[in-house]
Design a protein around this ligand. Structure first.
Ligand code: NAD
Length: 417
C-alpha cells in the first residue's frame, strides 16, 4: 500500500483553503484557521530501567479553541513530527465541530517506539509528559485522550500525575480512562457504533435496504470488528468478508461476526477461518457489497483502484482511507462516501460524554450513552446531508463546509477576527 508522501499539515491547510473559498471567508478568518493557536514543544528526560536517562521529544497543539477546550489524542510514534500533530489537531477541530460538540481541536505526540519500552518506562514517560504539559492541559483548556499506541492505562497514569500536581481530583483532565477511574461506559465500541448510525441514516435518505445486505470490513481491529458486530446487530447487515494485516476471508453466504471475532482472539489472525475462502486486502475493496467499512490504514482507496469498488456506501472508519483522486472516481460511480471525520466521530463524542460525567461526578448507564450518541450522529449526518444537497457537493466537501463554518462563526462572535 502506498503511504502519503506529502506533508500532512500542508494537506490540512489546502483543505481549509478550499473550504474558505466556498464559504467566502474573509482573509483574516481564513488565515486564523490555517494555523494552530498554541504549540508546545518539550524535551522529556526519562530514567530507563537500566539506570540511563533517555531524552524524548514531545508536542502538544491547541489548534483552535473558539468552540470550547481543545480535544484530541496523544500519539506515541517513532515518526511523530510537529507537522503531523498540527494536521491532526486541525482535523480534530473539524471533527468536534461537525458533530457539534462544545469543544475545539488539539493533538499531542511523543517521538518514541513504545514496543521498545517496558511498562515502568512507559509510566515514567507518561508522567514526564504531563509534568511538562500540566500548565497547558486541563478541563477548561485542553483535554487529551488515547491515540496510536497510548492506552487507558497510560491515561490513568497521566490523570494521576496531573491530580498530584494540582492537588485535587480532576478526572476530566483526560478521557479514555479505565472505568474504575472515571471512564465512560460505551467507549470501547463508540467509533464503530457512530459509523453504523451514520450508515443507517445514509441508507435511509438513499433508499438503500440494509436488511441481509452484504458488508465487508477491511481491518478487523477495534473499529472494524465492532463495525461487523454492530452492522449485524443494529442494521441487519450480513458480513461476507473481513481482513487484517495478514489477509482476509470471504464467504458470500455470510460469516458470523461473533464467530470471526472469537476465531481472531484465539488464533491472532482471520486466516484459516473455517468455511471461508482466502481474499487479499486489495480484493476485499472490490467486492459487490452494499456497505464497505475501510477500518485499517490511510490511502487504501486510490486513483489506481477506486474504479474497482462496487459498494453502495463506503463508511470511512479509518482516518484518511481515500485519496482525493479516488474521491472523484467514487463520485462518478455514485458511491456514497461517509467521510472519516464524520463517520469515526463516535469515539470523540463518547470522550466528550466522559468529560460531562466526570464534571457531574454522576455516571450514565450504557443505554443512555448509546441513545445520546445516536442523537449526535444522526443530527451530524442531517446537517452534512443538507449542506451537500444545498450546494450539490459530496458529503466530504459538505462536512468540511459545515465544520469550518461553525468554527469560523465562533471566532467571529468572540471578536477574534
Ligand atoms: P487497531 O489497531 O485496533 O486495528 C487495525 C486493524 O487493521 C488490525 O486488525 C490490523 O491487523 C489491520 N491492518 C493493518 N494493516 C492492514 C492492511 N494492510 N490491510 C488490512 N488490515 C490491516 O486500530 P483501530 O483502533 O481499529 O483503528 C483503525 C483505524 O480507525 C485507524 O485509521 C484509526 O485512526 C481509525 N480510528 C479509530 C478510532 C478508535 O476509536 N479505535 C477512532 C477514530 C479513528
Amino acid at each position: 500500500m502506498k503511504t502519503e508522501q506529502f506533508n500532512p499539515f500542508a494537506i490540512a491547510q489546502q483543505q481549509i483553503d478550499q473550504a474558505a473559498e466556498k464559504l467566502e471567508l474573509d482573509d483574516s478568518t481564513h488565515e486564523l484557521l490555517r494555523w494552530p493557536m498554541r504549540e508546545l514543544k518539550a524535551t522529556l528526560p526519562v530514567k530507563m530501567d537500566d539506570g540511563s536517562t533517555k531524552l524524548f521529544h514531545a508536542f502538544r497543539i491547541r489548534y483552535n479553541t473558539a468552540r470550547g477546550p481543545a480535544k484530541g489524542g496523544i500519539r506515541w510514534h517513532p515518526l511523530e513530527t510537529m507537522d503531523t500533530v498540527r494536521a491532526l489537531g486541525a482535523w480534530m477541530t473539524w471533527k468536534t465541530a461537525v458533530v457539534d460538540l462544545p469543544l475545539g481541536g488539539g493533538k499531542g505526540g511523543v517521538v518514541c517506539n513504545p514496543k521498545e519500552l517496558s511498562e515502568t518506562e512507559k509510566e515514567r514517560l507518561a508522567r514526564a509528559y504531563v509534568r511538562a504539559m500540566a500548565g497547558s492541559i486541563g478541563v477548561t483548556k485542553d483535554v487529551p485522550a488515547p491515540d496510536v499506541y497510548t492506552t487507558p492505562q497510560i491515561m490513568a497514569w497521566m490523570m494521576d500525575e496531573y491530580e498530584t500536581i494540582v492537588g485535587e481530583n480532576h478526572p476530566g483532565v483526560i478521557t479514555g480512562k479505565p472505568l474504575a477511574v472515571g471512564g465512560s461506559k460505551g467507549r470501547q465500541d463508540a467509533t464503530a457504533r457512530g459509523g453504523v448510525y451514520v450508515t443507517r441514516e445514509a441508507a435511509a435518505v438513499a433508499n438503500i435496504d440494509l436488511k441481509a445486505a452484504p458488508m465487508a470490513v477491511q481491518g478487523f481491529g477495534n473499529a472494524g470488528m465492532n463495525a461487523a458486530l454492530l452492522g449485524e446487530e443494529i442494521l441487519g447487515l450480513k458480513l461476507v468478508a473481513a481482513s487484517d494485516s495478514k489477509g482476509g476471508v470471504y464467504n458470500p453466504k455470510g460469516i458470523s461476526a461473533a464467530a470471526l471475532v472469537d476465531y481472531k482472539a484465539r488464533n491472532g489472525a482471520l486466516k484459516g477461518f473455517p468455511g471461508a475462502d482466502e481474499i487479499t486486502n486489495e480484493e476485499i475493496l472490490g467486492l459487490p457489497v452494499t456497505v464497505l467499512f475501510p477500518a485499517a490504514l490511510e490511502n487504501v482507496i486510490r486513483g489506481d483502484n477506486a474504479e474497482n469498488l462496487k459498494c453502495r456506501i463506503c463508511c470511512e472508519l479509518a482516518n484518511g482511507p481515500t485519496t482525493p483522486d479516488a474521491d472523484r472516481i467514487l463520485d462518478e460511480k455514485k458511491i456514497i462516501v461517509l467521510p472519516d471525520f464524520l463517520a469515526n466521530a463516535g469515539g470523540v463524542t463518547v470522550s466528550y460524554f466522559e468529560q460531562v460525567q466526570n464534571a457531574y461526578n454522576l455516571y450514565w448507564e450504557l443505554q443512555e450513552v448509546h441513545w445520546r450518541l445516536d442523537q449526535r450522529m444522526t443530527q451530524a449526518f442531517a446537517s452534512v446531508h443538507e449542506m451537500s444537497l444545498r450546494n450539490k457537493i459530496n458529503l466530504r466537501e459538505a462536512a468540511y463546509l459545515v465544520a469550518i463554518a461553525r468554527v469560523a462563526e465562533a471566532c467571529k462572535l468572540r471578536g477574534w477576527v
